[in-house]
Design a protein around this ligand. Structure first.
Ligand SMILES: C[S@@+](CC[C@H](N)C(=O)[O-])C[C@H]1O[C@@H](n2cnc3c(N)ncnc32)[C@H](O)[C@@H]1O
Length: 228
């Protein structure tokens, strides 16, 4: 079905350019991804051998490849062709054959009857109205009782402490990761990280029950179950 003329183009780039070869080549080192941590997360989310899942905004495919070693079928979905190429190369190097790649975004991916959807550090690419649309689409792609896991930058500080929370985060990122102050500042200025309470409300309105919310500074994680 064709989208209406007011539909958001979720392939356009905001903030960091994930089509840039240098950005992709240095991504894992800067991000500090850890396959063991992803595996532990997937075990905690209850991923088992007979399940099908999708990772949206999969980036270089670290989590998607861990998942493919644990379950029946994985859809690795991203808007960036360069990121998907890196994810595909990782899957090939690991000899994984149960992983499919889709160049699409939250508002355009195709999937159904999934047991689990994960999305890490990607939902902030959409403005809030479109986050809600995306969550509704993810709800539709899950089986009843299926799980959604979201990790992202989201703010939990009260408004009068937000500026300090942002400054603290930018300072921490620049000191402890491969991201510069300018890259961190552009995330806040140009991308769409929102409030944790807004994500919680959208999840509830889209037909999810939140079973866990962990907030560690500006990093929020939600695990939610599609209501039956
Ligand atoms: C910060 S990276 C996160 C990658 C990976 N999930 C991780 O945690 O390392 C954000 C990813 O989201 C992708 N992305 C950007 N906009 C998107 C959208 N509208 N739909 C799906 N993915 C998107 C980018 O191409 C990029 O690969």
């Amino acid at each position: 079905m064709r989208n209406p003329d007011w539909w958001y183009d979720d392939r356009r780039h905001l903030g960091l350019d994930f089509e840039d070869a240098a950005q992709v080549a240095t991504y894992d080192a800067r991000q500090g991804g850890d396959p063991a941590r992803d595996r532990a997360l997937l075990e905690r989310l209850g991923l088992t051998a007979e399940m099908a899942m999708a990772d949206i905004g999969c980036g270089t495919g670290l989590l998607a490849c861990e998942a493919a070693a644990m379950c029946r079928q994985v859809q690795a979905i991203d808007v960036s062709a360069a990121m998907l190429a890196a994810a595909r190369a990782r899957a090939e190097a690991q000899g994984l054959e149960n992983i499919a790649f889709q160049r699409a975004g939250f508002l355009s991916f195709e999937a159904r009857d999934l047991d689990l959807i994960t999305t890490k550090n990607a939902l902030h690419h959409l403005p809030d109205f479109w986050k809600a649309m995306a969550l509704a689409r993810m709800h539709g792609a899950l089986k009843p009782g299926g799980r959604l896991y979201i990790r992202d930058v989201m703010f939990a500080a009260p408004p009068h402490r937000l500026a300090q929370a942002v400054e603290d985060w930018i300072g921490w990122l620049a000191a402890n990761t491969g991201y510069s102050r300018e890259e961190a500042a552009s995330h806040v200025r140009e991308e769409h990280s929102t409030f944790a309470w807004a994500i919680a409300r959208m999840l509830a309105d889209c037909g999810f029950d939140v079973v866990e919310h962990i907030q560690d500074g500006v990093y929020g994680q939600f695990t939610a179950v599609r209501r039956r």
